[in-house]
Design a protein around this ligand. Structure first.
Ligand SMILES: Cc1cc2nc3c(=O)[nH]c(=O)nc-3n(C[C@H](O)[C@H](O)[C@H](O)COP(=O)(O)OP(=O)(O)OC[C@H]3O[C@@H](n4cnc5c(N)ncnc54)[C@H](O)[C@@H]3O)c2cc1C
Length: 367
């Protein structure tokens, strides 16, 4: 009987597995991919927000990727795991039996308490697609007021979203008031010079950066702070860092402090040798990696090799994370800041490089 391989989550790591699914199927396995949605590429999410690319250019259709391969796409969300029965529980009532399971569940900002206000989070990317649609619709109504946008979180993502919203407003010749709120000094994870250059850029674009300030709630018409005061706004965006989805804590598998699934150097769960995991939803025993797509992409070939090795009962391959990675922060239509370790550069060539890398990545998965 064929082995049942179930992949949950259409993230960066599983995208590679799906492209190379023939290597699993060749080993007498039936492969099912479970995901509620297509793959949305976060690397181009802010370019989409700025109006540089369309939402469709940021999306890879899973049905097209698996068409004709023999793998099955099950459009659903996983809501639980029955470890004893070896079944994945889905939100459509289905239970999927597995011999080998791989989880690539991604991450999202922790939920921001909200009352009477829609909060757009920076992930899933579809939320940013909806945000752009809402803003463009608001601009279509005659005599629309200046849109006031509050971004909660002054890390790299919050700043990148702010700069690209400004670019969207410029593209439409509209006015937008953008404020970033941060609990502590913004952009602390960057080298000092790079952080200063980014802050200069956003301030010159008329974006207000306020810190130290703690937003406790998004209420009707504004954001509320822990000192009892509030600011008026029309749109609230949550960019308060990325954590694994709550589901990871409910699987009965070992997790780290923020809910990441603990895996060994072979990307196997520390609690079950037939359950693998990769990307933002994992942590290694004793350390975790920054939540950037680069690691999910680098883990993908190791994950594929180890699923194949487990099916054939051959030795597994170790994942050795790189210490440094290139990160490019898009700043709208003309510029970007790229950084690797202590080195950084800001200017149009950084944006050209980002566009080239991002388009090459997405095109690699289009059929
Ligand atoms: C605005 C923004 C820009 C970014 N830009 C960059 C960048 O330029 N470069 C970079 O390296 N990193 C970037 N990142 C970080 C990057 O998004 C993540 O590190 C990366 O997405 C992690 O990939 P992943 O494979 O772990 O998960 P993801 O690619 O996020 O995929 C997770 C998948 O799991 C699915 N899923 C979740 N829960 C369930 C469930 N219960 N059942 C079934 N499926 C489920 C989701 O639908 C999704 O398809 C950015 C992040 C943001 C927010």
């Amino acid at each position: 009987m064929n082995k049942r391989v179930v992949l949950v989550g259409a993230g960066h790591a599983h995208l590679h597995l799906l492209k190379n699914v023939a290597s699993l199927i060749r080993l007498r396995s039936d492969v099912t991919i479970v995901a509620p949605d297509d793959f949305w590429y976060s690397g181009m999410a802010t370019a989409m927000l700025a109006g540089l690319v369309s939402p469709d250019e940021v999306r890879v259709e899973i049905a097209s990727l698996v068409a004709g391969t023999g793998a099955v796409f099950c459009r659903a969300s996983m809501i639980g795991l029955d470890k004893d029965a070896r079944e994945v529980v889905l939100d459509n009532g289905q239970r999927l039996a597995f011999d080998l399971l791989s989880l690539n569940l991604g991450s999202r900002p922790p939920p921001l308490p909200a009352q009477g206000q829609v909060v757009y989070s920076v992930k899933p990317v579809r939320s940013l697609v909806e945000l752009r649609r809402r803003i463009e619709q608001a601009w279509q109504s005659p005599g629309s007021d200046v849109l006031r946008v509050a971004i909660v979180g002054g890390g790299v993502t919050g700043v990148e979203v702010a700069a690209n919203l400004r670019a969207l407003a410029d593209l439409h010749r509209q006015r937008m008031q953008i404020s970033i709120y941060n609990r502590s000094e913004p952009l602390k994870q960057l080298p000092h010079g790079a952080a200063a250059a980014l802050l200069r850029h956003v301030r010159r674009s008329g974006i207000e950066v306020r810190w130290p300030v703690t937003v406790t709630m998004a209420g009707e018409g504004g954001v509320h702070f822990d000192d009892g005061t509030s600011d008026d706004c029309d749109v609230v965006i949550s960019a308060t860092g990325l954590v694994p989805p709550d589901l990871t804590r409910r699987l009965g598998l070992p997790t780290s402090g923020d809910g990441a699934l603990v895996v060994d150097e072979y990307l196997r769960s520390a609690g079950d040798a037939l359950i693998f995991a990769a990307g933002d939803c994992v942590a290694f025993d004793g350390f975790s990696l920054p939540r950037v797509g680069v690691y999910a992409v680098r883990q993908a070939p190791v994950l594929l090799a180890n699923l194949c090795a487990t099916l054939c009962d051959t030795p597994l391959t170790e994942f050795a994370p790189q210490r440094r990675f290139l990160s490019i922060i898009g700043l709208g239509h003309t510029s970007a800041l790229m950084q690797r370790g202590p080195l950084w550069f800001k200017g149009p060539p950084a944006l050209w490089l980002k566009r080239w890398i991002d388009h090459r990545f997405v095109e690699g998965y289009r059929t």
